[in-house]
Design a protein around this ligand. Structure first.
Ligand code: NG1
Ligand code: ZN
Length: 531
């Protein structure tokens, strides 16, 4: 390692004095102007991680659903998954090291991980559409360059697209081609095949329309690029495409989910199917308004349920021994868990918030469906499941079974198994609705959500709140859980929990109850107990 060069260049990306950041659930996130040194240093870390794993590593510059003034960065591991927890620790140490400590911290990482500095390295870089992202991704490149690493800059891409590229590259093309063209072609081919298997569109109309709120972000650009691959039966209409308004401002999946109301900038007629992406297009929620102007949100839990219903029907026909499960977090609506377990008889597992926990758990099953209530999720197929499904699709003599296996095969190709992907999920959902002849109302009616409320409160130190049982109970500070228990008892069909956010300096409060008024009141009372 050329420490002289590092010493010379590092002051060009100075760390603001006293600033300490943490690599959280989704990497580093804060105001963009505080992140230059972090980006530069993550360039270093990506090179070291690439050498340590002898694989290509990704660096994505984005702050997802957070305001336009924020930014963030996260590293992507070789199979397109989130960074290894040990390396998250190194990332924090490196980001917070004072100038004179940099050499020591980097040497320690190399020693602990036995990094062979003579090895080659390759880093894939991507960024969202924030005004600050271009310069910040240039700082990542500066860091890579100083360590003599190789890189490929994909420029503007969605977060899941970059995860996909990393996975393709490290599996020597087995997962697909590591280009945008490769991504669009793979997804479009699977989607077109699936749509062909649908009899007739449920609307009676020969075309299916979908209105999409793109959160004024990268999703709009990428959907425009992909549109020409879509079958003519599917017509998408893009809103909040970033040409007029600010990223994530009063729109996007997070806004719609948290506020339980439509985004600004999307004109919605009764019973029209609409959806919102978030700022880096890794989340999606659907919604519509009925003829009485009542807004209906179809969140990640209902997406997981729709996908599970569809997959289970096919798996029963193709191979009954394949084990399917759904993975959720504490934020999953109680009605969804109940429906999945009691009506569908599908095992449901609850894990801590954060995609890496869901992804990890889902890997235990032949078919693992995971979604956060906020619309981030995907489906994982085990190697054994994939091999079996492809074999039945090829060799089975019975037409019905073979057709079912083909649908599953196309689902495997359509879903981005590296991470939740709004574009891929949207195509999966559109295909399932077409295949099952479901309207958005029929989908919504599968079960009725329990009224719920998500609040956030600012406290002096959010880390004083300690949790257990997949974050459903607090163990610290003493007495808080007892207070929450007492409040929950006051309301019917209720549940509430609090946890420190991993992405913002706040504590989140979630409550469910029999009515919206009660859910709101319970959330409010719990928030007072947290102060
Ligand atoms: P935090 O801030 O830890 O609650 C939020 C989301 C997570 C996940 C991450 C990463 C909620 C309640 N939390 O985490 O589900 O998506 O952001 O983006 O939606
Ligand atoms: Zn996101």
């Amino acid at each position: 390692m050329d420490f002289e060069a590092i010493k010379k260049c590092s002051p060009l990306h100075p760390k603001p004095a006293g600033l300490a950041l943490q690599y959280g659930t989704a990497g580093f996130r804060t105001k963009a102007e505080r992140l230059d040194h972090v980006m530069f240093r993550m360039g270093f870390l990506a090179v070291l991680r690439s050498k340590a794993t002898a694989a290509t590593i990704g660096v994505m510059v984005t702050a997802s659903h957070n305001p336009e003034e924020d930014n963030g960065v996260k590293l992507i591991d070789p199979h397109g998954e989130m960074l290894h927890p040990l390396w998250e620790e190194y990332a924090t140490q490196l980001a917070n090291a004072e100038e004179q400590e940099l050499q020591k911290v980097m040497t320690e990482i190399c020693q602990k991980e036995a990094v062979d500095l003579h090895k080659d390295s390759l880093v894939f870089i991507g960024r969202d559409t924030r005004p600050s992202s271009k310069k910040l991704s240039q700082s990542v490149i500066d860091g890579i360059f100083i360590l003599g690493g190789q890189y490929h800059d994909y420029g503007l891409v969605t977060t899941p697209q970059l995860h996909y590229m990393v996975c393709c590259q490290n599996t020597q093309g087995q997962y697909g081609k590591a280009t945008l063209e490769g991504y669009y072609q793979k997804l479009a081919k699977a989607f077109v095949e699936l749509i062909k298997q649908a009899n007739s569109p449920s609307s009676g109309d020969s075309q299916r329309h979908l209105k999409i709120d793109c959160a004024n972000g990268i999703g709009a650009l990428k959907l425009m690029e992909m549109e020409r691959y879509f079958p003519k039966e599917v017509l998408i209409h893009l809103y909040n495409d970033g040409t007029k308004e600010k990223l994530n401002h009063l729109c996007g999946a997070d806004y719609v989910k948290v506020h339980q109301k439509p985004p600004r900038g999307l004109d919605m007629k009764p019973n029209e199917r609409c959806c919102s992406l978030d700022g880096d297009a890794d989340r999606i929620v659907y919604y519509y308004k009925d003829t009485t102007d009542h807004f209906h949100l179809i969140d990640g839990d209902k997406i997981a349920t729709l996908i599970s219903i569809f997959l289970k029907e096919l798996l029963v026909k193709v191979e009954q021994t394949l084990k399917m499960a759904v993975v959720q977090t504490a934020y999953a609506n109680g009605s969804s868990t109940r429906y999945l377990e009691e009506t569908m008889k599908v095992p449901v597992h609850c894990v801590k918030t954060g995609v890496k926990h869901l992804h990890h758990k889902a890997q235990e099953f032949d078919v693992g469906v995971y979604f956060e209530a906020n619309g981030h999720g995907t489906v994982l197929f085990s190697k054994a499941a994939e091999t079996k499904i492809r074999q039945v699709a090829k060799e089975e003599k019975d037409d019905e079974i073979r057709e079912a296996a083909k649908m599953l095969e196309n689902m495997i190709d359509l879903i981005n198994q590296t991470i939740g992907d709004a574009i891929s999920d949207m195509l999966v959902i559109e295909a399932i609705l077409a295949l099952k002849g479901f309207t958005v109302q029929q989908w919504d009616a599968i079960y009725t959500d329990l009224p719920n409320r998500l609040l956030k409160v600012q406290v002096a130190d959010r880390q004083v709140i300690g949790t257990t049982d997949a974050e459903r109970r607090v163990v610290a500070p003493p007495g808080l859980q007892e207070k929450i228990d007492a409040l929950v008892k006051k309301y019917k069909s209720s549940r509430a929990f609090v946890r420190p956010s991993g992405t913002e300096d706040i504590v989140r409060i979630y409550a469910e109850a029999d009515t919206q008024e009660n859910a709101d009141a319970l959330a409010h009372e719990v928030s007072l107990a947290v102060y």
